[in-house]
Design a protein around this ligand. Sequence first.
Ligand code: FAD
Length: 424
Amino acid sequence: MGRAFVYVILGGGVAAGYAALEFTRKGVSPGELCIISEEPVAPYERPALSKGFLLPESPARLPSFHTCVGANEERLTPKWYKEHGIELVLGTRVKSVDVRRKKLLTATGETISYKILLIATGARALKLEEFGVDGSEAICYLRDLADANGLVNVMQSCSSGNAVVIGGGYIGMECAASLAINKINVTLVFPEVHCMARLFTPKIASYYEEYYQSKGVKFVKGTVLTSFELILVKEVMAVNLRDGSQLPADLVVVGTGIRPNTSLFEGQLTLEKGGIKVNGKMQTSNDSVYAVGDVAAFPVKLFGETRRLEHVDSARKSAKHAVAAIMEPKKSGEFDYLPFFYSRVFGLSWQFYGDNVGEAVHFGDYSSGTFGAYWISKGHLVGSFLEGGTKEEYEAIAKATSLKPPVEDLAELGQQGLNFALTI
Ligand code: FAD
């Protein structure tokens, strides 16, 4: 039994949705394109899961955040796919791929063949067991809609209770904020000396930590979770930390990083940086196979090296670029991408562009709520961070970062602050 398509998108997340929209814009014909996804719903904006989805009042629910609303594009509901003759094969895991024979095998036993395959399998949340901690079904992760529904259910059953959030990255930070908004007592635990250690400087981190503390969130830094104490099978009561302390926990959320879903392609495609290596057209080591989003390691021109990015903007834009390369190979150039990511918690909102290497120069008034930092490497601006900016200010730091202007005097740059970007 088998079906054949010209184009198959493997994975039904953010990149898949944006790719589908671009395929229709580039003139794909009805019946030519198929999306296969393990998730039971059409592609949606994953970042909503740790933000609007967890709000106590008027929470975001599908269909409101199907792609591609996150970039102010059309909202692609299942009806849209039907109207465009795009086959959505949902709730179906692909269990093997033969790139030489251009065939996929699904867990339901169906063989689907393609002429061009677009891999958009994203990533999975790292589980505590992978760090040597015995797991428990009472622990929540947050990667997909099923996880988010599970978290909402636990959250509702322990109102005013205690939550321990493990991990000080953006999932941990956003979850902690949402739980606090739901009036749950939150303790955020992570091994680093401050939150968002991969991006924030100590000065930036201390602003957010103080803000969180003002909302009742507690921080336990420099330690990790080692085990659980259970009162009933599958019910968490307390967590034990490596530093010997114990925290009460009606709810545990773990956000300790992700691993790209590459396993179907190991031994078949070239891998790099933990992902599937692609060229500037998002094409893998096999001419008929492209990769986009969290799973793709692509050349970032601005840095002169291959990177794998785990952010929604990169998923959207790499998907669009790959489809243009597939449909109009002669017209499309190399992907020229300025890394960008953002987060929104409580009433705060920040954006970051470029790379956080070299020396950080802080600017702005940290007590006013509008402040930021530039990163200078080898005499050039390579990265910019801004909290509380206007649309124009965010656009200005993005533009300045993409131009990589020379910077000689760091003290003067700090004094100029946002004006440096606004007048470039
Ligand atoms: P995904 O969106 O993860 O989609 C992958 C899809 O592939 C899934 O549907 C999965 O089920 C499917 N799949 C995988 N393997 C198979 C298989 N074998 N068979 C069938 N289907 C398969 N980024 C930001 O920049 N800012 C944010 O504020 C932000 N917030 C986030 C909040 C949360 C809770 C999460 C989880 C992520 C957030 N991100 C954020 C990151 C962003 O969502 C990801 O970068 C983006 O979703 C990547 O898109 P993708 O299509 O590559 O992968």
